[in-house]
Design a protein around this ligand. Sequence first.
Ligand code: HEM
Length: 409
Amino acid sequence: MDTIEGTSATAHAVLADLPVVDLDPFAEDVLADPYSVDHRLREAGALFQLSRYGILGTARHAEVAAILADWQAFGSSRGVGLQDFLKEPPWRAPSLLLETDPPVHSQMRRLMNGVVSLPALKAVLPRWTARAEALVDALAAKRRFDGMEELAEVYPLDVFPDTIGIARDGREHLLPYAAAVFNAYGPKNAVWESTEVGLPDAVEWVNQACRRENLGPDGWGMQVYAAADRGECTEDEAHRLVRSFLSAGIDTTVSGIGTLLLALASHPDQWARLRAEPDLQKRAFDESLRWDSTAQVFCRTAMHDCTLGPVAIPQGTKILLFLGAANRDPRRWDNPDRFDVSRSSSGHVGFGFGIHQCLGQMVARQEAGLVLKAMLQRFATIRLAGAPERRLNNSLHPLARLPLEVTPA
Ligand code: HEM
């Protein structure tokens, strides 16, 4: 690997020689504003010790991408959060995608790539477009609305579970369930504990909703069970794969669309540019994910004794990857703190990188793209009508409230 400074060194540094960072990346003020510490993390060193948790961290783009690319050395099957599944049992059966390594991962991913495909997205396009247009029409008439409660939380919850074939009753469990999934990648702090309230009911509802007999006949969920019928996975694996749609595909898009709205409402020049140059629309969502990454942190674990540049890393070492900080690394991006819809954000790690790169990135882009298109057609301007409020989560960076005001086009 040639990304870490000083790669020519032959004698490997040991972990104890690495810079020590004693801040808590899961402290509530940091979760609310991770950018308050990202410069400090990046400048601490290519790799540093996070003394609070006895693990390593990296916040630079090159190292984050290199670790994500090297699944043989830095695996996911011991958990992609702080918890090491070899030492402590996970709170739920691990994801067959996110929390596995090849060969299991390759088999499951192949199966799911067949379900979440371009033709499948094309098939739902008319329905998703009509829903986005109806929702944005209603908001144009209101002029003032909450971007989270009335748009970002409504649209994905409307279109995506229908596409999977999930029952309508009980969908209020979906966001609390996903919030708990993402909190569990961090420490057992007050933020995690806050989502445990009501979790048993949500877990039970999700488990039931993902069963074959409770899924609609034409959805993506039933296609996963069809793969089980063809012998591509077992019935139990199909259940867990359908569950991954609900764990990973809803809170993330809610949060991602919220961030896109925040970016646009707080950068009127970029909104005007998108209206004047529609070709830039397809870049806006990815640039908003680079600028303020929905998924801020994920871990990897050294699967055997290995090296990262000049550093010897013993088997079992956890490394916390700061995706959000990497996406603003000035070594990789010019003016990284600037939201700029004309920039090519290609190479951002907001959807991860390597074999675990987001299965649903085309889903998220289609949802966000349709909302954006409907807004650009209907709103001349969009601006913040109050201070945005954050909802704290140990690995996501979601908004709770986003007061907006628009003028009709
Ligand atoms: C803005 C929205 C989204 C963001 C920011 C996002 C982010 C991510 C990231 C960063 C990863 C990599 C995690 C890692 O390497 O450990 C990932 C993986 C994954 N995402 Fe997404 N995601 C989004 C939407 C979705 C949607 C809509 C779905 C459902 C179709 C989905 C399903 C998954 C799955 C199943 C994985 C694991 C893939 C694997 O391990 O092979 N995501 N996502």
